[in-house]
Design a protein around this ligand. Structure first.
Ligand SMILES: Cc1cc2nc3c(=O)[nH]c(=O)nc-3n(C[C@H](O)[C@H](O)[C@H](O)COP(=O)(O)O)c2cc1C
Length: 378
């Protein structure tokens, strides 16, 4: 792959030399393009010697080649590390005032940005709003690491380790894939103001949506009764099972059904508001099995269902049964203890066998994302 490595003028610019080596060691051709300010932090001689290529950052030299277009069009992947606050702002507004920003605008290659700066600069609302703009445009922004900064202070803003950047940048293996993720819990109306709901926080589905986005997928998040949703993805808000069914009517490459979907709904919801009385009887009827329905009507789509059981011991058997009954490719079994919690114990069951895992919902989301990547690699 041809990687265009943009380096901007932050204190971590010297670390980009390690990045050139690491990409080259993996067999990639690296074109290095520092900004003028980056060259105040790391020498052109060093970058030329390590990359094995001459570096000319003058926008107006060799004009006959129209170099910014040539460089942009030749890149298969663009990585900017470190990315300064100033650079994020320029990229967010499309300001093309040097060779690097022009080459990025002239390219259709996926872009990965690795911001590095002081914590205050990183947390500044101007920087965060630029990050959101970039993510909404499909640019992958790697979160900076927490640790020692330029001076004696430490906090969020440090450039991540070279190997972490390499892994993140090359993880864009889901580029070109569309993945639908459902998250949250459905609500079935009893009357105009009341509903039957559940305790799902939506956290697991949101973490999965974020890791899929970070792996380069185009994510469609169907959010059942969730207020806060992540940037950088299409979001459809729904409430009931019926609305969820309608929203799921989309052609995608993979589906992760992480939403807690009601198994029952009230047969005849009351049109107005019920008032206190002697008591009423509600007739509950089963809802449609949406993931089973989706997998049978979309046989080519990689579908993942979730199974929830109070008893962790019986989870594997329940997950195995669901794998067959629902016709899906993977079932993630988790216990009711996971509801609303930051951590979870899961068992992943597919036709090859079972894998147990425990950890933060982010870590489990990465595991599930890896299964999707593995599927498309085959
Ligand atoms: C010693 C020093 C360290 C700096 N480190 C950073 C940094 O880590 N991140 C950042 O966003 N800006 C940093 N700056 C400010 C940038 O150099 C400045 O915003 C510059 O205009 C960035 O230019 P560029 O984005 O075109 O490369 C630093 C400045 C100095 C003098």
């Amino acid at each position: 792959m041809r990687i265009l490595l943009g380096i901007t003028g932050g204190i971590a610019a010297y670390k980009a030399t390690g990045l050139i080596r690491a990409f080259q060691d993996l067999g990639h051709a690296v074109e290095v393009l520092p900004t003028e300010n980056a060259l105040r932090f790391v020498g052109k001689t060093t970058l030329e010697a390590i990359s094995g290529k001459n570096i000319d950052i003058d926008m107006y030299s060799d004009v006959a080649q129209v170099r910014h277009v040539e460089i942009g069009q030749q890149a298969d992947l663009i990585v900017i590390a470190p990315a300064t606050a100033s650079f994020l702002s320029r990229l967010a507004t499309g300001l093309a005032d040097d060779l690097l920003t022009n080459a990025i605008l002239a390219s259709r290659a996926p872009v990965v940005v690795c911001p590095a700066m002081h914590t205050e600069m990183w947390e500044n609302s101007a920087t965060q709003s630029n990050v959101r703009v970039l993510q909404d445009r499909g640019i992958r922004v790697m979160s900076p690491a927490v640790g020692r900064l330029t001076g004696a202070d430490s906090g969020a803003g440090r450039m991540p380790e070279v190997q972490d950047i390499v892994r993140y940048a090359l993880m864009g293996e889901l580029n070109g894939k569309t993945v639908m993720v459902t998250a949250g819990g459905t609500r079935e109306p009893i009357d105009a103001v009341r509903f039957i709901g559940n305790h799902s926080s939506g956290r697991m589905g949101i973490e999965i949506a974020k890791t899929l986005r970070d792996a380069g997928a185009q994510v469609l998040l169907i959010a059942a009764n969730l207020d806060a949703t992540p940037n950088g993805m299409e979001v459809i808000h729904v409430s009931s099972v019926d609305e969820l069914e309608q929203a799921m009517n989309r052609e995608v490459d993979a589906v992760v059904m992480a939403a807690a979907v009601s198994d029952y709904r009230v047969e005849d919801p009351f049109a107005g508001k019920l008032s206190r009385s002697e008591g009423i009887e509600l007739k509950l009827i089963p809802t449609k099995d949406l993931i089973a329905q989706y997998s049978s009507t979309h046989p080519g789509v990689f579908t993942i269902a979730f199974a929830l059981a109070a008893n962790i011991e019986s989870l594997e058997q329940i997950a195995k049964t669901k794998l067959i009954d629902k016709g899906v490719q993977l079932v993630v079994g988790n216990s009711t203890k996971a509801l609303g919690s930051e951590v979870t114990d899961v068992i992943l069951v597919d036709s090859q066998g079972s894998q147990s895992a425990a950890g933060s919902k982010r870590a489990i989301a990465e595991l599930i994302t890896q299964r999707i990547i593995d599927h498309f690699r085959q």
